[in-house]
Design a protein around this ligand. Sequence first.
Ligand SMILES: *Cc1c(COP(=O)(O)O)cnc(C)c1O
Length: 362
Amino acid sequence: MNRNHNFSAGPAVLPVEVLEEASRGVLEINGSGMSVLELSHRGKDYEAIHFDAKARMLRVLGLSDEEYTVLFLGGGASTEFALVPMNFLRAGQTADYVNTGEWGAKAIKEAKRFGNVHVAGSSEDTNFSYIPRTLNLTPGAQYVHITTNNTIEGTEWPALPETGDVPLIADASSDILARALDYSRFHLLYAGAQKNAGPAGVTMVIARKEYLDRASDDISAVLSYKTHAKADSLYNTPPTFAIYVVGLVLKWVEAQGGVSAVEARNREKAALVYAALDAHPEFYEPAVRDRADRSLMNVTFRLKNPELDKAFLQGSQERDMDGLKGHRNVGGFRASLYNALPVESCQALAEYLHVFAGQNGA
Ligand SMILES: *Cc1c(COP(=O)(O)O)cnc(C)c1O
């Protein structure tokens, strides 16, 4: 197998071991005489996969299954931008949102359809180049919503904000399983699988059971968290293959030594790339203002001389590097270094950053 260095922001690199096992499962799963793609979601073979993935997710995140539950839904993280307020914010009520990037801004836009949104902090003034240090929280708000890692801009919350009695809700699409946060700080978090946890097609919602009990009842059944919680995410056909692969990724995380071990490797990987950028300050310009806010997952930078952009990208492709072009709204470059990206890919990128700067007189 000839693998590229895949720096794509998502769908993203998956562990080779997972791809190998999944390809066997596509042919036949557990001696069932069927492909994993062919299993009924009401049969025992699929149920074993489904409930194992649910339990494993909580275990890997350090959450108890007494207190928390996992929903496997369709629709992507973008659908949760609407479902969170639909379930937890009524007309006349207020929710606090922190606006740290494009994804957070989209979540705000959806929430405004349902109730009052108070923007408790924002870094929009500098094109989202930092995480606000002080928040102006509303006492008695329904919840506070943050984006733990800002995939497009390349920032992450260095520490979770204190919200007192107000439930903390997060879009953790791009750093779930990547760092050992205290996940019990969240009443609810959600993540599309396709960055760190599996293929596109399934969105995980991880929530306190007691909190889901408080969700609205008067909404469409299929859009209600309660419905899916009661049915263990088998209310209708779940994205079975994607859930199967998430289960394999979780096994892989456990085999690495769990989230803390994965985080240690992620820190090593990110340090390689940031050090190479920082070694040539006259040549590369990191997009994030404060070093403390730099994302472990998405390294964003520009060339001081944008006339070299094309040559930089072309040179990277010649070295089998894929996905370095920045998000269309931000420009420049972005290297996503998700869990499954090998250290060797970060070494290759760091070397290229040095060589390219050297070749161009830095
Ligand atoms: C990718 C991403 C999304 C969008 O996910 P979809 O599954 O495409 O809806 C939302 N939030 C963050 C932080 C992301 O990285």
